[in-house]
Design a protein around this ligand. Structure first.
Ligand SMILES: *Cc1c(COP(=O)(O)O)cnc(C)c1O
Length: 388
């Protein structure tokens, strides 16, 4: 029996992480110092992309992508309803009209067949961006999305907040890391404590396109640049220009130091998460509990381990687990049913697969330091309630 709280996700801060932060706190730079560039270099090398831009959080990363792409009021942007609302909000900040596309019943990610139906129904160029989410850590089919993007003329912004360290094998047999932007234009990450890399608050944009990288970097600091190549004049060493209206979306150096240290454990984290997933799979095999699907060509990053149970059992199971100090979570309430998005005409019934998913889903504890004993306790309590 376990008598402490077990949450659906939890950060792991090692002594080495703490040491790295303390060192930076004692250095000359708390922000705008060398650790940010170092984190960007290490992260882009890990993923295999040209550019990484570290920012204050994942939502800021999404907003900066919208700005870099020049999204204007009324521009149409497609995303999935089964995500944290930030995936849509980052584009709403620029006044985009959000078009929600239903999910795939197997992967719970944006359904690319349904996306194609939406794209076909309007003239090419109608949609400025598509924002798929690597939901729960499942890498979406970026290769197929690239073909659609080339045909229909939209930008691909992958919300990979759930999937750093995930990967997939493309049709050429090449392993593609999520965020390497081999097929995507831009990819966003979050370093919130429930995500794989925890810096408190933090996020990143990755890309291989210099033009987009320069815009993201510009809008991250007020639209101000000191880059001699970009200045319209130069009065001397002090000179900078505010070239456009940007934000303060910077991350601090001590957060970057924490990120650098955490990144070293990302592979281990993915491996542990897959081991935990496998153990849950085994426990729920041949039961009415549905475990998450994985295609053969993907490495799931398992930010979340989501089961599906009968609708009439879901709330009871959630409450039963809570009574046993297990804080499973329902993720997510479909974004299109939120009062804010309903004002644009979205309603229940518009996206049946997403809405059905929501009736059944429950995220069980999933994080690399979850012990075997804790996981067995979770499994026991789930089975107990379901009557297995
Ligand atoms: C966490 C998350 C975000 C937002 O990240 P923050 O760092 O919390 O701003 C965006 N999209 C998805 C899918 C997320 O899980």
């Amino acid at each position: 029996m376990i008598d402490h709280n077990i949450s659906y996700g939890h950060q792991y801060i090692s002594d080495e992480d703490i040491q790295a932060v303390v060192e930076t706190l004692k250095s000359d730079y708390l922000t705008q110092g060398p650790k940010i560039g170092e984190f960007e270099k290490n992260f882009s090398e890990y993923l295999g992309c040209q550019y990484a831009c570290m920012v204050s959080n994942g939502t800021a990363a999404l907003h900066l992508c919208a700005m870099a792409l020049g999204i204007k009021p009324g521009d149409k942007v497609i995303t999935t309803p089964i995500t944290f609302v930030a995936s849509a909000n980052g584009f709403r900040y620029q006044g985009a009209e959000i078009v929600f596309c239903d999910i795939d019943a197997k992967t719970y990610c944006l359904d690319l067949d349904k996306l194609e139906v939406i794209l076909k129904a309007s003239p090419k160029g109608t949609y400025k961006a598509v924002v798929p989410v690597d939901f729960a850590g499942y890498p979406i089919d970026e290769e197929r999305l690239r073909k659609l993007a080339d045909e229909y003329g939209f930008a691909i912004v992958v919300d990979a907040c759930h999937a750093p360290g995930g990967s997939y094998i493309d049709s050429k047999g090449t392993k593609q890391m999520v965020g390497n932007c081999h097929y995507a234009d831009l990819t966003c990450f979050s370093f919130h404590p429930v995500k794989h890399i925890a810096t408190g608050e933090g996020g990143a944009v990755t890309t291989n396109r210099k033009d987009l990288y320069e815009k993201v970097a510009l809008y991250r600091t007020h639209g101000i640049t000191k880059n001699p190549d970009l200045l319209t004049q130069n009065d001397g060493g002090w000179y900078y220009e505010m070239q456009d209206l940007g934000y303060n979306y910077r991350i601090t150096d001590f957060q970057a130091a924490l990120g650098i240290s955490q990144l070293k454990r990302l592979d281990w984290s993915i491996q542990r998460r897959n081991e935990i997933a496998h153990k849950y799979d085994e426990a729920f095999k041949d039961t009415p509990i549905k475990s998450p699907f994985r295609a053969d060509n993907i490495t799931h990053a398992f930010h979340l381990y989501i089961i599906q149970v009968a609708t009439d059992k879901r709330k009871g199971l959630y409450d039963h687990l809570r009574a046993n100090k297990i804080f499973a979570q329902v993720l997510y309430i479909p974004a299109h049913t939120m009062p804010y998005y309903r004002q644009f005409g979205w309603k229940n019934g518009d996206l049946p697969v997403a809405e059905d998913y929501y009736q059944h889903c429950l995220a069980l504890p999933m994080y690399p330091t979850l012990t075997e004993e804790e996981q067995e306790w979770v499994i026991e309590k789930v089975k107990e309630y379901i009557g297995l």
